[in-house]
Design a protein around this ligand. Structure first.
Ligand code: ARG
Length: 463
């Protein structure tokens, strides 16, 4: 059987079965079919307006494509590896349905500009969805921040208790990170949303095409201005995967914290049972599988970034078959991101916060030592001297296994005569939080203000 009909006359023998399987992409790129058809319809309409295609041919193409779309939706479209990829499968099906008009569709076009267009059309839609999901995750975190603005937890540096922070403040740190991820996605989308169609194989075409018309029909923001560049570069895909990797890295950091916090050593939070699994051998176990898998899947997305960027490295202009390898990593990146964001927003809405345990951990770690040092500075002691006096007080409290706030006034005064009864206000975790009442600080009033600011941003984005 001749399997290379597309190139026909040039070949003396059919392509080998192994090569057909090796070079075929239909198994995975058929997912682009709806965008492939969208692109073809715009191309056909433009050709008709330019007088290259007859009105009847255009009408036939439109009718045929509508049928094919319905077949795809119903799972009735016959996909064939003999036809290599999604583009030739759709075109052949069209020709089977409408005859010669189907064969005229490919006028002034190549699969090279066609596939670059398809990926961009598909990816811009996916980015829009990803950004909606980022917004939804952010609002779950803002809800938590607002509800728990007054909850004190230890803030850590070097994983050692450092200073008290509001749990809401901690949640809002991630809202900021995801906010930048959203911006990166939106910015990347602008460069995805440019039209390669019209570049044809690499040099443009001899037909009187109107690229502005096609771009308008497809709602592209701009048109690729150089045909060689248009068919060959996949930098937009690399950029997207880089933004996706950063998003996954942020999610992996939050996941790591959730896993630690759920461990009985911390017992800061609980994750709802529906996001956890048990052990087949240890009856007591409740494992935070979802955050663990998110942490693991971040590696997979970074791997796709490495794959795509290496795919592009040293490729001479213009199109090379190497580029067919862009699809699977890109598809998997999008699927991983969308699944992860969906489950994450749900999971965050289902966590239980344990304020008593968080507060107890603050008290175990001398988290208000800096507040005591600041207190002495405000009474006139130079900061270095105050740092030393407090260090000695901490050593003493540590040897007695008590918190600074448990030391009687007379004992505290033995470290500095400047200490008075009012010191106990600054030694409490709540006093420590409230004292950091400035833009970006952890005071509950600031947390509430930031939560309100984000709520406004998120509701404007959602419109
Ligand atoms: N399946 C191909 C790809 O994904 C389509 C473009 C093929 N072009 C070519 N000249 N062989 O890149």
């Amino acid at each position: 059987m001749m399997t290379n009909k597309t190139w026909s006359g040039r070949f003396r023998e059919p392509v080998s079965e192994l090569v057909k399987q090796y070079t075929g992409s239909v198994d995975f790129d058929k997912r682009l079919a709806p965008w492939d058809i969208q692109g073809s319809l715009a191309h056909a309409q433009m050709l008709a307006e330019a007088g290259v295609l007859r009105a009847q041919d255009l009408a036939d193409i439109q009718r045929g494509m509508a049928e094919i779309l319905a077949e795809i939706e119903d799972g009735k479209m016959p996909w064939s590896l003999d036809l290599e990829d999604v583009h030739m499968n759709v075109e052949r099906r069209l020709t089977d349905k409408i005859g010669d008009a189907g064969k005229r569709l490919h006028t002034g076009r190549s699969r090279n500009d066609q596939v670059a267009t398809d990926i961009r059309l598909w990816l811009r839609d996916e980015i829009s969805q990803i950004n909606q999901l980022i917004g939804d995750l952010q609002s779950a975190l803002v809800d938590l921040a607002e509800t728990h603005a007054d909850v004190v937890m230890p803030g850590f540096t070097h994983m050692q208790v450092a200073q008290p922070v509001s749990f809401g403040h901690h949640m809002l740190a991630y809202v900021e990170m995801f906010g930048r991820d959203f911006e990166r996605m939106a910015d990347c989308r602008k460069r995805v949303n440019r039209m390669p169609l019209g570049a044809a194989a690499l040099a443009g075409t001899t037909y009187p095409i109107q690229r502005e018309t096609t771009a308008r029909l497809l709602q592209f923001e701009a048109i690729c201005q150089n045909s060689l560049d248009a068919v060959s570069d996949r930098d937009f895909a690399i950029e997207f995967t880089a933004a996706a990797s950063l998003l996954m890295i942020h999610l992996s950091r939050l996941s790591e914290e959730l896993i630690l916090w759920m461990s009985p050593r911390f017992a800061f939070i609980d994750i709802a049972d529906r996001f956890c699994t048990g052990s087949s051998i240890m009856p007591q176990k409740k494992n935070p599988d979802v955050p663990e898998l998110v942490r693991g899947k971040s590696g997979r997305v970074i791997g796709h970034l490495m794959g795509l960027i290496t795919l592009m490295k040293s490729q001479p202009l213009a199109y090379n078959k190497d580029n067919q390898e862009d699809k699977e990593p890109l598809f998997d990146t999008v699927d991983t991101l969308i699944d992860t964001l969906r489950i994450y927003a749900d999971m965050m809405r289902g966590i239980t916060v344990k304020p008593d345990n968080m507060r107890a951990a603050v008290l175990q770690g001398f988290a208000t030592a800096t507040d005591l040092a600041d207190y002495l500075v405000k009474k006139g002691l130079p900061f270095r001297d105050s740092h030393e006096a407090v260090a000695l007080a901490v050593r003493h409290a540590d040897s007695l296994n008590v918190d600074l706030s448990d030391l009687p006034l007379s004992v505290l005064q033995s470290f500095s005569a400047l200490i008075n009864e009012d010191v106990y206000e600054v030694l409490t975790p709540e006093g420590s939080l409230n004292a950091r009442n400035h833009l970006g600080g952890t005071a509950p009033a600031q947390v509430r203000a930031q939560a309100a600011r984000w709520r406004k941003i998120l509701s404007a984005d959602a419109e």
